[in-house]
Design a protein around this ligand. Structure first.
Ligand SMILES: [Mg+2]
Length: 318
């Protein structure tokens, strides 16, 4: 593996964690609230408003989005493969010991009595009970590492992203979001530079999973991020919004700093949107290009780098 790919892998993992940690600052805010609480803009972790929701995390600490991605990474490092039951167990363990920030779908599905034995069935039951309506962003937010694992084998990525998504999120829009995000990361790791071509091939991929993905993106993906309406409370945690934020960043963000800053100032489910976009932008621009102020003050950054280096070593050994 060459140094450029290693830099992009570190970029994807740290990019997700950074987007999540800084995005917490505007999570669940309207744009008016963002302007009110951050009149000069949110640029540093230490500025993050210490209200009841946010003060549960230290400045620079990532939230559930990245913790769940790290559950998947932990499991891969331990089993050297993508093992659905082991990942399910790791998620339950995290939920028991931490669980801060867990969404409704995660809480419900993990709480099912059959979850440990048959996670896909538990997730399907929850989805059926919602009249096949629930399509939250709780799977796409944690999927990035599956674009790194076996990054040069798209067929494996499709299978892995699908089966890990369905541990909690059964809707085909969630599965499509995960596969598209992972394939974007894998193609960026392999040096793809034509973003228009990449975006187009991702749209075709989305069609395989659900016919609602492409029309949503066609309507909402625009150089002006306002079209995505990220703080609209009627569908704040919708998986296609987080995917949209990621694909907006892929196509239109000139740098990691600029892309993440733009996304978090839109409010809404900002930590999740910025986690997805951060992983994609990190894979695009690499770790070295991530802003120093966000890398240096990331909580548990040394531990995160150790995990990342273990992943790189495992990929090199394969
Ligand atoms: Mg979160």
């Amino acid at each position: 593996m060459n140094d450029q790919i290693k830099d992009k892998i570190r970029g994807a993992i740290f990019g997700q964690a950074i987007g999540d940690a800084i995005g917490l600052g505007t999570e669940f805010m309207t744009q008016a609230m963002v302007k009110h609480y951050y009149p000069e803009g949110l640029t540093e972790y230490t500025q993050i408003l210490q209200d009841k929701h946010r003060k549960r995390w230290k400045p620079g600490e990532w939230t559930d989005d990245t913790n769940q991605m790290l559950c998947i990474l932990d499991s891969i490092l331990a089993t050297k493969r993508v093992d659905v039951k082991d990942i399910a167990l790791t998620l339950v363990d995290w939920a028991h010991h931490d669980g801060r920030g867990s969404g409704r779908t995660i809480t419900s599905v993990l709480g099912s009595p059959i979850f440990m034995q048959r996670p896909h069935e538990a997730a399907k039951n929850y989805w059926e009970q919602s009249n096949r309506y629930a399509a939250a962003n709780g799977a796409v937010m944690r999927t990035s590492v599956l674009g790194v694992w076996e990054y040069d084998k798209p067929e494996k990525i499709r299978i892995n992203a699908t089966k890990v998504c369905k541990i909690t999120h059964y809707d085909p829009r969630c599965v499509g979001s995960c596969v598209m995000t992972c394939l974007a990361i894998s193609r960026l790791l392999q040096g793809e530079t034509d973003m228009e071509q990449l975006s187009y091939s991702l749209l075709l991929e989305g069609d395989i999973f659900d016919q609602r993905i492409r029309p949503f993106l066609a309507e909402h993906l625009h150089p002006n991020i306002a079209v995505l309406n990220l703080s609209d409370t009627s569908n704040l945690g919708y998986t296609l919004k987080a995917l949209g934020a990621g694909l907006w960043a892929l196509q239109y963000a000139p740098s990691f700093d600029s892309g993440i800053s733009t996304i978090i100032h839109e409010g809404g489910d900002a930590d999740t949107n910025a986690a997805v976009a951060g992983a994609i932008l990190g894979a695009k621009f690499g770790y070295e290009a991530l802003p120093t102020r966000w890398k240096d003050h990331l909580h548990r950054k040394d531990w995160l780098m150790e995990q990342t280096e273990q992943l790189i070593a495992l990929l090199e050994a394969a």
